[in-house]
Design a protein around this ligand. Structure first.
Ligand SMILES: [Zn+2]
Ligand SMILES: [Zn+2]
Length: 334
């Protein structure tokens, strides 16, 4: 089959590789569509938890073309989305509803072959049937939206809260919609790109252009700071200044993925004195089903979030433009 391979850090190629074998409890999915994610960029730069060589891609959906001998829940021809987070189900974390911290965690497209390929092997229990009528494009957003759902099951703005969000990339644009569905009175979004801010406005956000005037604009919008602040940029310098806008008793969510090893300065005295709560949100945790429901019933609209849909042969070009912030979501159809 044809696949994108990262042979080592900061290298990529389109290669012909062996088709993946199908274990008894697995199925083979012919990939219809797979999204490029900021995590793929971190993997490429060896800032994440992957080893090389790797076929990346963890936001995908497709059709089942082979079924392992022990599989009873999925059949040939089923359209499925695959939860790339593979949990053992037996460790203390799994048995305490924290499967995303599984001691034996594996990730499709992270630690084993992923969706930027014609075929992927996936355990049947990681496959979710797509509802009738769901497009490949929508289905490829189930994984990122499931990460948003996991975040909002942890970080819970109170009804009526004004939420300040840094970053209006594809994840930020999903967050805006989910936050507004969950009772935020207002989502104020800061980004440096006017086209992203225009989209954010379309989803009902109040927008502020990043830059020298942003601080005054944010102080005017909420003079005493915001009760909820979210970083969806993963940029350490943005994270560091985000706390300046958090009001006493406020809650902060680190949603963006910074490079592994990056540090920021935050005053412990400020955390103490302001009664702040700081949340992290890693990947997803049994949140595929609510994400599927939100997409199937139109609670979240992803049609405007894809700027490019490309064949595998154009992956490198799409990847580098995505990394440079010149695209929204880039989807690949292998
Ligand atoms: Zn992702
Ligand atoms: Zn486990």
């Amino acid at each position: 089959m044809q696949a994108i391979v990262f042979p080592q850090a900061e290298a990529m190629s389109v290669e012909r590789v062996d088709d993946p074998p199908c274990a008894p409890d697995e199925v083979i999915v012919q990939v219809a569509q797979c999204g490029i994610c900021g995590t793929d960029v971190h993997i490429y730069h060896n800032e994440y938890m992957s080893d090389f060589p790797l076929i990346p891609g963890h936001e995908f959906a497709g059709t089942v073309v082979e079924v392992g001998s022990a599989v009873r829940t999925i059949k040939l021809g089923d359209r499925v989305a695959v939860d790339p987070n593979l949990y053992c189900g037996a460790c203390d974390f799994c048995r305490n509803e924290q499967a995303n911290h599984c001691s034996n965690w594996q990730g499709i497209g992270i630690t084993r072959g992923g969706g930027f390929a014609q075929f992927v092997a996936a355990p049947a229990r990681a496959c979710y049937l797509l509802p009738e009528g769901m497009s490949d494009q929508q289905a490829s957003f189930i994984e990122p939206l499931a990460c948003v759902v996991h975040a909002l099951k942890r970080f819970r703005p109170a009804p009526g809260d004004s939420v300040l969000l840094f970053g209006a990339g594809p994840m930020g644009l999903l967050l805006i919609q989910a936050l507004r569905n969950n009772g935020a009175s207002r989502v104020v979004v800061v980004d440096k790109q006017p086209d992203r801010l225009a989209l954010a406005q379309r989803f009902g956000a109040v927008t502020v252009q990043a830059g020298p005037d942003a601080e005054a604009a944010l102080r005017e919008l909420s003079p005493r700071g915001f009760p909820s602040v979210v970083d969806a940029t993963g940029v350490p310098a943005v994270v560091e200044q985000a706390f300046a806008y958090l009001r006493p008793r406020g809650q902060y969510l680190q949603f963006g993925v910074t490079p592994n090893g990056a540090t920021v300065r935050v005053s412990p005295y400020d955390i103490f004195h302001n009664d702040w709560t700081i949340y992290g949100s890693f990947a997803l945790c049994y949140t595929f089903l609510p994400a599927i429901e939100m997409l199937a019933h139109g609670a979240v609209d992803v049609s405007a979030l894809v700027s490019d849909t490309l064949p595998l042969a154009h992956f490198a070009d799409g990847f580098h433009r995505f990394e440079a912030g010149k695209t929204l979501k880039v989807h690949v159809r292998p």
